[in-house]
Design a protein around this ligand. Structure first.
Ligand code: GRF
Length: 228
């Protein structure tokens, strides 16, 4: 089938715009570590660059994640739900309950080092975003920047995508690319990619909450106004 024939291609709209009378889309941030992407999102909201959203809750699955201290300092609702030693389905059920308790519309994984159960993904169908430090589908999984550097790519970058049941796989919302410099190390490359990540995540959230998008097959695209 060629692109555009589309008979078996499903088209889905964003459910995140339907916030039932609530003016702001409520974000639930999930993290496991330093939380610089979370902090960048919070800063975009504070500075007015990212409109129509608020952070409803920040959840860490790791007790001493620096990102949770940041949430505390920023005066945001936060929770630690430790995953270590727990079955995925049980832990995820607690996370989903916490997100629902805080009336979260859109879940943002920001360095959340844990796969989600199918039940979690179904509970927030097309309402979970992730950021990955490579130009997917290249270099999924851990140490993506090191993988890209070792492979010798000339362009690297980051991807914000919807989360589905496969690792680093769902429909891509946006990517930002940078050239790999001759004198780069894996470390310097990762640092420059991180700068792009901090821009990309807020841009992607803005696109999603605009509601002006749909997913055709696995292609995220601006909604064709002729289709309503
Ligand atoms: C980022 O590189 C992100 O792309 C990846 O995990 C890292 C998290 O960094 N998924 P931070 O905790 O947001 O600083």
């Amino acid at each position: 089938m060629t692109a555009g024939e589309g008979e078996s291609e499903s088209t889905e709209r964003s459910p995140t715009v339907e916030t039932e009378g609530h003016p702001l889309v409520r974000l639930g941030i999930l993290l496991s570590g330093r939380g610089s992407n979370f902090n960048a999102i919070a800063e975009s909201i504070r500075a007015g660059r990212l409109k129509r959203v608020e952070i409803a809750i920040v959840i860490s699955n790791v007790a001493d994640a620096p990102g949770i201290s940041t949430a505390q300092q920023l005066g945001l609702q936060h929770a630690v739900l430790v995953s270590k030693g727990r079955a995925r389905s049980e832990h995820d059920a607690d996370v989903v309950r916490c997100l629902l308790d805080h009336r979260v519309d859109l879940v943002c994984l920001a360095g959340y080092m844990r796969l989600l159960s199918p039940e979690f993904i179904a509970a927030f169908h097309n309402r979970i975003l992730n950021i990955h430090p490579s130009l997917l589908p290249a270099f999924p999984g851990l140490d993506a920047q090191q993988q890209a550097f070792d492979y010798g790519v000339k362009w690297a970058g980051c991807t914000v995508h919807f989360v589905d049941e496969h690792l680093d796989h769902g429909a891509i919302i946006l990517q930002r690319a940078i050239p790999v410099l001759d004198d780069d190390s894996a470390h310097s490359l990762a640092e420059r990619i991180l700068v792009e990540e901090h821009i990309a995540y807020s841009q992607a959230i803005a696109r999603v909450v605009s509601g002006q998008w749909e997913i055709r097959g696995r292609r995220y695209a601006k909604r064709n106004s002729a289709n309503g």
